[in-house]
Design a protein around this ligand. Structure first.
Ligand code: NDP
Length: 328
């Protein structure tokens, strides 16, 4: 038997699942080649949506949420993994359409797993989690397009969130001049400690704006979407690059094509869930270089029992940075 956060079918008329810490028998785990003894999972925005039912993330009930985990292989019928191997997982629909990481055990296809990157503990890997890994995918997407620190200011939106905090810290460590957009000005000391050279108020970006604004950003990492992304594109300099990965403000994109056809701005979409393995390996290898002090500044640890309440606080914008969940 092991413990797992369990989401069950919402009552009629509600979208919020019934949430409990359940005792589960290993025979109830889904089919899969590798059984993992989970050490840490995390709370990402998507986990918040799943646990609260504020968006239809969960495809079927009962569901164990948790889109990422780090742990040790307990049993494997696949030649790539042996008992005792340290592994991590991000995405692939885990915690959405098959049981996820907010649990002491998980069983998954071998093709979903990566070895724990050298230099990181299981806790470090989950302090980074899907948010940090996605932030690295965004930074690497910008650099693949030729963005360099010499190019000028880079805007990071949703800067106090998980993706935003890591994007900020990674870019600053690489020598970029990063400007953080946030709705939480009281957190500005934290943002400056992570490397922000300047702060802009979220409100300057979050309302309907002009098709083109004064050119400012050499590049943008956006985890917010909607008007914020449209306004970020409108103020991106000629030939600049915008990496879009999130929708914390909304899924819509109420802008114009003007930045793309008049300034040659490039909008690059970033997906972490189905990203191919070589791209994941490259991102995680680079993440192993994130300084331990940065991880300490960004992540707080909670027990499994605190996950439901923390999920609500995360969606209400009350948690700066990341939440690591110690499932044991
Ligand atoms: P967090 O909740 O940690 O961060 C989101 C941040 O966005 C908040 O901290 C806040 O930053 C800002 N924000 C929240 N609401 C609004 C709003 N209404 N208007 C403007 N800004 C807002 O979430 P994550 O960092 O984990 O995820 C961020 C986004 O990225 C989510 O939409 C998530 O689904 C997406 N994502 C996508 C992935 C992919 O594969 N493409 C992978 C991982 C995440 P502040 O307080 O500084 O203003």
């Amino acid at each position: 038997m092991f413990k797992a956060l369990m989401l069950e079918q919402p009552e009629a008329g509600s979208t919020a699942p019934r949430v409990s810490i359940a005792d589960v028998d290993e025979s109830q785990l889904p089919d899969g080649e590798v059984t993992v003894r989970v050490a840490y999972s995390t709370l990402n925005y998507k986990d918040g949506l799943a646990i609260t039912g504020r968006a239809p993330v969960v495809r079927k009930y009962p569901m164990v949420p948790g889109i990422d985990f780090a742990g040790t292989v307990e049993a494997s019928v696949h030649p790539d993994f042996r008992p005792g191997d340290a592994v991590i997982l991000n995405g692939w629909g885990v915690g959405e359409s098959r049981w996820g990481g907010l649990s002491q055990r998980a069983r998954v296809p071998a093709s979903y797993l990566l070895p724990l990157p050298a230099g990181l503990s299981a806790r470090d890997a989950m302090a980074i989690g899907t948010a940090g890994y996605t932030a690295m995918l965004c930074v690497q997407a910008l650099e693949e397009q030729g963005v360099t620190p010499a190019g000028g200011e880079v805007l990071v939106t949703g800067a106090n969130g998980g993706v935003g905090s890591f994007a900020l810290a990674i870019l600053a460590a690489r020598g970029y001049e990063v400007i953080a957009a946030t709705g939480r000005p009281e957190q500005q000391d934290r943002l400056k400690a992570l490397g922000a050279k300047g702060i802009v108020a979220r409100e300057t970006l979050s309302a309907s704006g002009k098709p083109l604004a004064k050119e400012r950003w050499a590049a943008v990492v956006d985890s917010v979407g909607s008007h914020t992304l449209a306004n970020a594109c409108a103020a991106t300099r000629y030939g600049g690059v915008v990496a879009a990965c999130g929708m914390a403000q909304g899924l819509d994109l109420p802008g114009s094509v003007a930045p793309f056809i008049l300034r040659g701005v490039r909008l690059i979409g970033v997906d972490s869930v189905q990203a191919p393995m070589p791209r994941r390996r490259r991102a995680w290898q680079a993440l192993a270089e994130v300084a331990p002090a940065v991880l300490e500044r960004i992540a707080e640890e909670i027990p499994l029992s605190a996950a439901p309440e923390a999920a609500r606080r995360l969606l209400d914008g009350l948690i700066p940075g990341r939440v690591v969940v110690n499932v044991n």
